[in-house]
Ligand binder design. Structure first.
Ligand code: MN
Length: 329
């Protein structure tokens, strides 16, 4: 897994929270992500399926894309599609993804890079592997997270943050057994590069076999831990978790994860995306690629899209005939 790696012995260490003054977050539930297909048919796990929206708030949706080893000619992306009212955060662990949008923006993200796209008032975009990867095939593994915007920011101008893997704040657990990559927000006083509208923390943790991780976690945030690879446990109560499972934590100001001493041969470490944020606590009406506060705003978004007010596909590109609304639930 070529997401950014580092020698944990050289990194700043996150101290174990003092048990005398710390409430460990209990594990409320462990869910298993169902598998499906996105866009033109790339395999995904729906990481948040079955979890109530109020528990996820300020997050909306998350797909683990792959991990998949594509044969030549097989890599797939999405067709052109619109978004309004939220942010899409794409974190590529292995492989390459290209994006292009109706404002003429675009770029390439690979191995540990994150593209943070604020759709805001509206944008059209396409996300796909580059031609050479389509020809060669190869490994592809990433995550796309949808972050809601509060009512006051839903009509913000669209923007991108291209966050390179090496820009993440790299930290180590107290015992050196875990590498922590802070992509956005704050962890133990260390701040990642991603700028967010609502306060959130997004961390990719790699736990060596047998490692135990005890992290301070903002008590005003929710706390979710999604296992990208490997197996281990969540919480002081050591609830078993494995690849494709989400642990939802209850209230408190610290959380615990642990990697089993023995890991699957193809997954040498426990890889976990740990995320949380301050709930927005507003009504959410989600239809396909639009996330607004009211039904009327969804209708308006569809009208605006049809009228080309969210942007138009650049002339040299041919629109795709199917799968207009990826992420539609
Ligand atoms: Mn999209």
């Amino acid at each position: 897994m070529p997401a950014i790696t580092a020698d944990t012995l050289t990194l700043p260490r996150v101290a174990v929270p003092d048990p005398a003054v710390t409430v460990q977050r209990p594990v409320r539930v462990v869910t298993t992500a169902p598998s499906g297909f996105e866009g033109e048919g790339f395999p995904v796990r729906r990481a948040f399926a079955g979890v109530p929206a109020s528990t996820l708030d300020p997050f909306l949706h998350m797909d683990q894309m792959g991990e998949v080893e594509y044969a030549p000619g097989e890599p797939k992306g999405t067709p052109w599609h619109p978004h309004r009212g939220f942010e899409t955060v794409t974190y590529i662990i292995d492989g390459i993804f290209e994006h292009q949008d109706s404002n003429g923006g675009g770029g390439t993200i690979t191995d540990g890079d994150t593209q943070w796209m604020t759709a805001g008032a509206g944008i059209l975009h396409i996300e796909k592997p580059p031609e050479h990867l389509v020809l060669s095939g190869g490994l592809f593994h990433g995550v796309q997270l949808w972050v809601n915007l509060p009512r006051s920011d839903k009509f913000s101008p669209p923007r991108y943050q291209d966050i390179r893997g090496r820009q993440a704040a790299l930290l180590s657990s107290d015992d050196g057994g875990t590498l922590l990559r802070v992509i956005a927000g704050e962890l133990a006083g260390h701040t990642g590069p991603g700028s967010t509208f609502t306060p959130i923390s997004l961390v990719h943790a790699t736990l060596s076999p047998g490692a135990r991780l005890n992290l301070p976690w903002n008590p005003g945030f929710n706390a979710l831990a999604y296992v990208l690879a490997g197996q281990g446990s969540a919480g002081d109560e050591r609830r078993p978790v494995r690849k494709g499972q989400l642990a939802v934590f209850g209230p408190g100001d610290a959380l615990t994860l642990a990697a089993d001493p023995g890991q699957p041969s193809a997954e040498p470490n426990l890889e976990v995306l740990v995320l949380g944020g301050r709930p927005i606590k507003e009504p959410v009406v989600h239809y396909g690629p639009f996330v607004m506060n009211t039904r009327a705003e969804i209708v308006k978004a569809m009208e605006d899209y049809q009228a080309g007010r969210l942007g138009v596909i650049p002339a040299e590109r041919v629109p795709h005939a199917h799968g207009e609304f990826p992420g539609e639930e």
